[in-house]
Design a protein around this ligand. Structure first.
Ligand code: URA
Length: 236
């Protein structure tokens, strides 16, 4: 059971104040009866309409963003442009947050959601979720780099990483890196520790979710029902 004004605001279409006004104006109905009080509780199977249109009561929202370079993966920053500025205003009101961070200059798959449990399932270290990155480096990668990744790279400051996977792409200065952790600048530091600094980095996948190749850099879309299913979630 959730408050009516909260349910309306959670759609992202109205602020809590606007929702209260809609209710006052008699434009909101619950189960066929005009609603009177914003604080009235709505049962999970309740049918809410605004001006006769049924409002979806699904709580969670899942957005795939093809993050461009130049924006930061946080929700609020006084100086920098954040990934949220790439989404429409209505979505901004839904309390979305990026699932894990990408560096300002990293491109690629960024999932944004207000489903904290999914974020935890994808990010918690014990969950061992694979993240795959495409990297271009200065220098030539070779088998000794692959072996070092498989053994567990030791970063410049002595931090030991869990074993990862390095697949070299032709002609040898590009690769796919698979890791299950999310240490600060991890992929860049792993490759730098091999003397192959990263020139370009892009996240391709996170667990079962893969960046949509048809999604232009800087664009977003809602996850499809199939993508939500493979992540084991419901919602918009
Ligand atoms: N590793 C990095 O070094 N940077 C990122 O943005 C993500 C992973």
């Amino acid at each position: 059971m959730e408050r009516l004004d909260k349910i309306l605001a959670a759609t992202g279409r109205w602020s809590r104040k606007e929702a209260k006004n809609l209710i006052k104006m008699g434009r909101v109905w619950v189960n066929g009866v005009a609603a009177v009080r914003p604080e009235d509780k709505v049962p999970e199977d309740g049918v809410v309409t605004v001006d006769g249109h049924v409002i979806s009561l699904e709580r969670f929202c899942y957005v795939m963003l093809h993050k461009p370079a130049g924006v930061i993966s946080s929700t609020d920053d006084p100086r920098e442009t954040t990934v949220l500025t790439l989404l429409p205003k209505e979505l901004g009101r839904k309390g979305l947050a990026p699932v894990g961070r990408l560096d300002k200059d990293t491109e690629g798959l960024l999932l944004l959601t207000n489903d904290g449990q999914l974020a935890h399932r994808l990010l918690a270290p014990g969950k061992h979720v694979d993240k795959v990155y495409y990297a271009e480096v200065a220098g030539q990668l070779d088998d000794t780099d692959c072996q070092a990744f498989a053994a567990g790279i030791v970063l410049g400051d002595g931090t030991r990483c869990l074993p990862g996977k390095l697949e070299i792409l032709e002609p040898g200065d590009a690769c796919l890196v698979t890791i299950q952790e999310g240490k600060y600048h991890q992929v860049k530091r792993m490759l730098a520790s091999r003397g192959k600094p990263v020139a370009y980095l892009k996240r391709i996948s996170m667990g079962p979710l893969t960046l949509d190749r048809t999604l232009p850099v800087g664009s977003w879309r809602m996850l499809t029902p199939e993508e939500r299913e493979i992540l084991g979630v419901e919602g918009d």
